[in-house]
Design a protein. Structure first.
Length: 734
């Protein structure tokens, strides 16, 4: 075999003569690095009848046929971005007219560093007379002189990623290979519009929300004081698709399975945290964020993913659950997997797979903190991804829990999911992946254990409705909060809910641990007075005791309030008390309990959250009264006021206003502002803000994209966090 070779500055052609073919087989095509110049009409080789490719046109502009039909026109990229299971078109210009009777042509696609036929990452796309739309095929749909237009189909299970494209031509006189430039690589994504794709979602409004919406809301706080923060997912922003594919390439766990959304979301869950694989975000719950960014300061995923990619995989500092969830949501939507952020209030963290939340106390009813490893977070944010689950019994498809916050390992890796929500609702925790852990988060009972004098423990009380409240996500097509608790559990206390709990417990490490019923004629209810107090005010709580019996009751109980990280980890006790109450028959008695501002002002952490623990006993009946009550102090908002009309390419001004609610100076205040199509994230150093003082800063920027845009801002300082604001800005065309 011989050929004359030389290098070119553009796309490449490689040739092999006709003697390299074998009878009955498609011609062998050289795969070495030798390159031949494209044949021009004036070249003798062109006149000799040899066929080669001069150029290709992938119709890849944002307003072109491919990008519009594949719903990828929003990606801020000049590459061909398409979705699997759907045809796309391309033009090929040849050195002469294509002669179907004697000429042959096929495409070759390579994915990854080591393409393999067995994994579907080395693909031959043959020319056919009719497309079946179930596999890689190409058909000539139009021919104009030396140009042919191909319609190419891909299977709905094809591996996703960045494919390198080559075009191979053959005639009896020889064959050529045309290696496309890097900018003509083809990006293939999941396709929620394709009925045969595992991620198919049949409602257009849901696809618009869970795939195409690049901004959203994440909920935080506690079940009675739900806070909302806006988040820029930015899955279409410049460089984000490349960053998401970089994450997949960097994963050591994803040796194969790029076509299976189950594998993809599992890898994303592992790679968004940095615990064991140098993933995207380093978690930090210490309230000390030196050499990094406070988790409460982030307002979107773009800066995080861009920094991770540009640093070639150096973890970004720092994240907590809503940041992990926001970034995960971005990656999944960018890759074409429908996804949404979910907030579970009173979210249990089961550390021993018992499917119960255990609280231990000593003979004197004092908590034994060294044993109390289980916790209940004020809130926890994870994700759901939408997909079929052919690997599980029927009925397990739909929404799947995916959690990138590093809590416990799953098969040796810090990841969680995908877990079918439908399985959680019915207590079917024997399905993969990580169903027992997720079930405990939303529907575990809290069991109180008292130490006996011989060192053993006795169950004294069970609380059956303390976990999994107001499970929330952003509603489709609006900014309202949607409560989806009913998707995770049957109505609290119903027979179906109790059956689910008992079914799940059979698969835990402590099956059949529920104690026998005890006398329960006295009840205790705890509440925050009014609508709750602001940071800087005394926290006002009320206790209500109800004796439903016809006899008197004497109650002695111990109560304490501790500053708490939102994960349920206690930082320190700020007040404790012992109270004795005597109740007459059928009496209802209320008492007020106050936590002064001076006791907590120097202790607050990220979420301004506190936990009240009450443990007591009814002397006459030995009934145990035990409860934990989480509450959050309210924080102010940033007010964003647009000034004038916003126009693409024209400088625009917005004013950001903040009032310090505390009776002392805030030190080193910083405001971060960003908006997709408005401005990249920037920090405003505000310095110190006086007691009860109001500050206003003007932000100037030049919008780059038209339409409804959202400007986000957040404030950071040591004394007060979770201060943020948002404004909708309609940007007009120039």
């Amino acid at each position: 075999m011989s050929s004359n070779t030389s290098s070119t500055g553009g796309d490449a052609i490689e040739t092999a003569d006709r003697n390299s073919t074998r009878p009955g087989r498609f011609p062998y095509v050289r795969t070495d690095d030798k390159i031949e110049k494209p044949l021009l009409p004036s070249d003798p080789a062109a006149n000799s009848g040899q066929l080669s490719v001069r150029s290709i046109d992938l119709l890849k502009t944002k307003t072109g046929q491919n990008r519009l039909e594949h719903h990828t026109d929003r990606y801020q990229s000049d590459n061909l971005i398409i979705r699997r299971g759907q045809c796309f078109q391309m033009w090929i210009e040849l050195s002469r007219d294509f002669k179907p009777k004697s000429d042959r042509l096929h495409l070759e696609l390579k994915l990854g560093l080591m393409p393999m036929l067995s994994r579907g990452t080395l693909v031959t796309v043959p020319l056919v007379d009719k497309l079946e739309n179930k596999c890689w095929e190409a058909k000539i749909v139009e021919q104009k002189d030396t140009r042919i237009k191909l319609s190419i189909s891909s299977p709905p299970t094809a591996p996703i990623g960045r494919y390198k494209l080559s075009v191979i031509t053959w005639t009896p006189k020889g064959s050529t290979r045309f290696n496309c430039k890097r900018e003509n690589d083809i990006y293939l994504l999941f396709n929620p519009w394709c009925k045969d794709d595992f991620v198919f979602m049949d409602e257009e409004s849901e696809r618009n929300e869970y795939v195409l919406n690049d901004v959203g809301k994440i909920y935080y706080g506690n079940e009675s004081q739900i806070g909302t923060r806006n988040w820029n997912f930015g899955q279409f922003a410049d460089g984000i698709l490349a960053a998401c594919l970089f994450i997949l390439e960097k994963s050591r766990a994803l040796a194969s399975g790029l076509g299976d959304p189950v594998n993809i979301v599992r890898v994303v869950s592992a790679m968004v945290n940095s615990n064991d694989d140098q993933g995207v975000l380093e978690g930090n719950w210490s309230s000390s964020y030196a050499n990094g960014t406070s988790p409460t300061l982030w307002t979107g995923s773009v800066e995080i993913l861009t920094h991770y990619h540009k640093s070639e995989g150096k973890p970004v500092k720092y994240g907590q659950c809503w940041v992990f969830a926001g970034v995960t949501n971005t990656v999944l939507r960018c890759l074409g997997i429908p996804a949404r952020c979910i907030t579970n209030f009173s979210s249990a963290h089961d550390t021993d797979v018992s499917l119960t939340t255990d609280v231990y106390f000593d003979e004197k009813m004092r908590p034994i903190e060294s044993l109390n490893n289980d916790s209940i977070w004020n809130f926890h944010v994870w994700n759901e991804s939408w997909m079929a689950r052919p690997d599980l019994p029927a009925g397990m498809g739909g929404w799947q829990v995916v959690d990138a916050t590093p809590q416990e390992t799953s098969q040796g890796t810090f990841c969680c999911g995908p877990t079918p929500v439908s399985a959680i609702r019915d207590g079917l925790v024997n399905v993969k992946y990580d169903a027992p852990f997720v079930f405990a988060e939303v529907n575990s009972d809290r069991i109180y254990w008292q130490r006996n004098t011989d060192g053993t423990f006795t169950q004294t009380s069970v609380q059956k409705s303390v976990v999994g409240h107001n499970i929330s996500t952003k509603a489709v097509g609006s900014n309202h909060r949607e409560d989806i608790t009913h998707l995770y559990k049957h109505p609290e206390g119903s027979d179906a809910e109790r059956v689910a709990v008992e079914t799940a417990s059979l698969y835990g490490s402590k099956p059949n641990t529920y104690p026998r019923p005890v006398a329960s004629d006295v009840t205790l209810h705890v509440a925050v007075k009014g609508e709750g107090q602001w940071v800087g005010e005394d926290a006002q709580l009320s206790f209500t005791l109800n004796n439903s019996s016809t006899e008197k009751r004497s109650i002695e109980f111990y109560c304490q309030v501790a500053i708490m990280y939102y994960t349920g980890v206690l930082k320190g006790i700020v007040k404790k008390d012992e109270i004795a109450v005597k109740l007459k028959s059928s009496e209802v008695h209320s008492l007020d309990w106050t936590v002064p501002y001076d006791l907590y002002k120097d202790q607050l952490v990220d979420q301004a959250a506190l936990m009240l623990t009450v443990i007591g006993r009814v002397i006459e009946t030995k009934q145990v009264l035990a409860t934990r009550f989480n509450f959050r102090l309210r924080t102010p908002e940033l007010t964003i006021t647009p000034v004038g009309d916003a126009v693409v390419g024209k400088e625009f001004v917005a004013k950001i206003t903040f009032k310090n609610p505390l009776p002392h100076v805030l030190k080193s205040v910083k405001i971060r502002v960003e908006g997709l199509g408005l401005l990249n994230a920037k920090n405003i150093l505000c310095g110190d803000v006086g007691s009860l003082a109001t500050i206003t800063h003007s932000v100037k920027f030049t919008p780059t994209l038209s339409g409804q845009r959202k400007l986000l801002a957040s404030l950071d300082c040591q004394q007060i966090t979770q201060v943020h604001g948002a404004a909708d800005i309609l940007v007009k065309e120039k």
